[in-house]
Design a binder for this molecule. Structure first.
Ligand SMILES: [Cu+2]
Length: 271
C-alpha cells in the first residue's frame, strides 16, 4: 500500500481553502447592509463560506491526488482492486461533517435568537401576499392600506405580519437580509429594524405562478416626519376581505366554492 503524502495534502488543502475563501468573500452578495439584522447574518454567511471552502478543498485535493496517483496506465484494461471499505475513513468522514453541521446549526440558532428579539415599540404592518402583488395595512394608523409600496420610519423595529391569500409566497428585501415565507393558513412574521434611509425592493422569493418574477413592491425607508406625512396621504383602508381572520377567510372561500360548485362542476379553479 502506498503511503499518502499527508503533509503535502494538508498544505494543499489549506492553500486551496484560503484562495477559495478570499475569492468568495470579495463579492457583495446581497448589496448594501441596511438593517440591524444584516450584520450578524453576513457574518454567519462568511463563516459558512469559509467552512464550505475548507470542505470543498479537502474533496478537491483527495480527488485530484487519486486521479493522478492511481490513473490507469495506457493499455491497462484490467479491473480495479476489489476493495471492501475502510472503517476508519468512514468514521472520519461521518464525524467531521456531523460536527460541522451541528456547529453551524447551533450558530445559526444563536443568530436567529439574537435578531428576533422583539421590541415593544415596534411598528406592525400587515402584509398581504397574493398572485402577484403585495399590499400593506397599517393597523396603528387607522388601517390605512397601500398597494405595491410601503414606507417605514428609519431606526424603528418593524413587524411584518405575513398573510398569503392563495399560494406560498416569500418576503425578502435583500438589503435587510432576513427572509420569511407567507403560507396560506399560517401566521408568520418578519422582524426587521431598517437602519439606512433609501429606496429598496421587496421581492417574492417563492415561485408562485406565471407572474412570480413581477411580484415586487417598492420599499421606502425614511425619517419619522416623512413617514408620518406619507401615511396621512394614504386614503384607502384595508378591504374587509383582507381583515378577516384566517378561519373566517377559509370559511368564506369554502362558501364561495360551494356556491360556484353547481355551475362550474368543480369547486377548485386554477388561476
Ligand atoms: Cu409570490
Amino acid at each position: 500500500m502506498t503511503r499518502l503524502p499527508i503533509l503535502k495534502m494538508v498544505l494543499a488543502v489549506i492553500v486551496l481553502s484560503v484562495i477559495q475563501s478570499v475569492i468568495m468573500l470579495q463579492f457583495d452578495w446581497f448589496g448594501d447592509a441596511a438593517s440591524v439584522e444584516a450584520g450578524p447574518i453576513d457574518t454567519l454567511l462568511e463563516v459558512t463560506i469559509i467552512l464550505s471552502s475548507f470542505v470543498f478543498a479537502i474533496v478537491c485535493v483527495a480527488l485530484g491526488y487519486a486521479l493522478y496517483k492511481w490513473r490507469a496506465k495506457p493499455g491497462d484494461e484490467s479491473d480495479g482492486l476489489p476493495i471492501h471499505g475502510n472503517t476508519r475513513l468512514e468514521i472520519i468522514w461521518t464525524v467531521i461533517p456531523v460536527i460541522l453541521v451541528l456547529g453551524l446549526g447551533g450558530y445559526s440558532w444563536a443568530v436567529l435568537e439574537d435578531i428576533e428579539k422583539e421590541d415593544e415599540n415596534a411598528l406592525t404592518i400587515n402584509t398581504y401576499a397574493q398572485q402577484f402583488a403585495w399590499t400593506f395595512g397599517y393597523p396603528e394608523n387607522g388601517n390605512k392600506w397601500s398597494e405595491g409600496e410601503f414606507h417605514v420610519p428609519v431606526g424603528r423595529q418593524v413587524h411584518f405580519e405575513l398573510q398569503a391569500q392563495d399560494v406560498i409566497h416569500s418576503f425578502w428585501v435583500p438589503e435587510w437580509r432576513i427572509k420569511m415565507d407567507a403560507v396560506p393558513g399560517l401566521a408568520t412574521d418578519v422582524i426587521v429594524t431598517p437602519e439606512k434611509e433609501g429606496t429598496y425592493q421587496l421581492i417574492c422569493t417563492e415561485l408562485c405562478g406565471f407572474g412570480h418574477t413581477t411580484m415586487r413592491a417598492k420599499v421606502v425607508v425614511e425619517s419619522q416626519e416623512e413617514f408620518d406625512a406619507w401615511i396621512k396621504e394614504q386614503t384607502q383602508e384595508v378591504p374587509e376581505d383582507l381583515l378577516l381572520t384566517k378561519d373566517q377567510y377559509l370559511e368564506k372561500q369554502k362558501q364561495l366554492e360551494e356556491q360556484s360548485g353547481g355551475i362550474e362542476g368543480s369547486g377548485v379553479q386554477e388561476e
